[in-house]
Design a protein around this ligand. Structure first.
Ligand SMILES: Cc1cc2nc3c(=O)[nH]c(=O)nc-3n(C[C@H](O)[C@H](O)[C@H](O)COP(=O)(O)OP(=O)(O)OC[C@H]3O[C@@H](n4cnc5c(N)ncnc54)[C@H](O)[C@@H]3O)c2cc1C
Length: 302
């Protein structure tokens, strides 16, 4: 069995008589980076991923801001990261971590397939898409409401789609949809975008934006047919006909495992990632001489 070590904590896992130094939960960019660093630091490391390695990377059509790759698809980068991490750590995909319990000085990581004992755990569980919380959002999920242009955009080629949001994700999604032939409008609740300037320039050249507009309801019969927006300047509701709504308004952290373990979450660290664990984690990281953040993700340790 290969070992690994990267960020975080102190652990010794016993999976079939094996005790790991570190178990990394989550195989996104943060987890894969953590695993590489951990093994290279001399830690016997296991990485557990509930789906396929890559995390959100798998949903990104094109990445153009990752040094050394002028332009690369998210899936290709994910595959390269996984290949690299596999050289070091033991990786188990398609295995969800259900709970983590303390066992004396160690932890027991329970998955759908078994239990692993470990001296430390690195939680690199990433985030999930934030919901708008409006009428029709849940009803039309998969029937015109989507959180992933790469996954669902193809079905709306030559159709009218709205993208909701104003950050990098929303702008990237809008450009991708435009590129595959959708008739795209961006709906943003403010009068400026948060996305990086380069993306903004590209967007504004080819995609109309409904500024100061809040989505109030998503309506239709069987599928999405229109969105009701509230124009904050004119102070009135307006119907916008469309076939799909792509919602890209940020993420919320998957911090349930950390909460379950009693790790203190820091409400001041909310930002895009929601609450992040505080002192205990950074202390662990310091102890191991590791970095708090890896390439592109927030890494929580306990
Ligand atoms: C549309 C879009 C475009 C983006 N564009 C860019 C870009 O151009 N450049 C850039 O740098 N970033 C971009 N990002 C952001 C980038 O994808 C994220 O910052 C990065 O993926 C975060 O990495 P992570 O490892 O922290 O989390 P994630 O990628 O979310 O990975 C977390 C992993 O943990 C796993 N997991 C969660 N819970 C469990 C559990 N209980 N058991 C086992 N596994 C679990 C998940 O399945 C997932 O694979 C984009 C994101 C999106 C959505």
């Amino acid at each position: 069995m290969r070992c690994g070590g990267a960020l975080v904590i102190s652990c010794e896992v016993k999976i079939n008589d094996m005790t790991y130094d570190l178990t990394v939960v989550g195989g996104g960019p943060a987890g894969l980076s953590a695993a590489i660093y951990a093994v290279r630091s001399g830690l016997n490391t296991l990485l557990i991923e509930k789906g396929l390695c890559g995390g959100l990377l798998n949903e990104i059509p094109q990445i153009e801001n990752y040094p050394a790759f002028k332009s690369i698809s998210g899936m290709e980068l994910a595959s390269k990261l996984k290949e690299h991490a596999s050289e070091y750590a033991e990786i188990r995909e398609l295995e969800e971590v259900l709970s983590i319990m303390r066992k004396g000085e160690n932890f027991v990581v329970k998955t759908e397939k078994g239990e692993y004992e470990t001296r430390a755990v690195a939680l690199c569980t990433g985030s999930r898409k934030r919901k708008l919380g409006v009428e029709g959002e849940e009803k039309f999920l998969g029937k015109g409401v989507s959180y992933c242009a790469t996954c669902d955009g193809f079905f709306f080629k030559n159709k009218r789609v709205l993208v909701v949001g104003g950050g990098n994700s929303a702008v990237t999604e809008a450009l991708f949809l435009k590129n595959i032939g959708c008739n795209v409008t961006l709906v943003h609740r403010r009068d400026t975008l948060r996305a990086e300037k380069y993306l903004q320039m590209r967007l504004l050249k080819e995609i109309p934006v409904r500024w100061n507009a809040e989505v109030r309801r998503i309506e239709g019969e069987e599928r999405v047919q229109r969105v009701v927006i509230y124009d904050k300047k004119r102070q009135r509701e307006e119907e916008v006909e469309c076939d799909a709504v792509f919602i890209a308004i940020g993420e919320e952290p998957n911090s349930e495992l950390a909460s379950q373990l009693g790790v203190a979450l820091d409400p001041e660290q909310i930002h895009n990632y929601g609450q992040a664990p505080k002192d205990e984690c950074s202390a662990c990281l310091r102890r191991w001489g590791c970095r708090w953040r890896s390439s592109s993700g927030c890494c929580c340790l306990c």
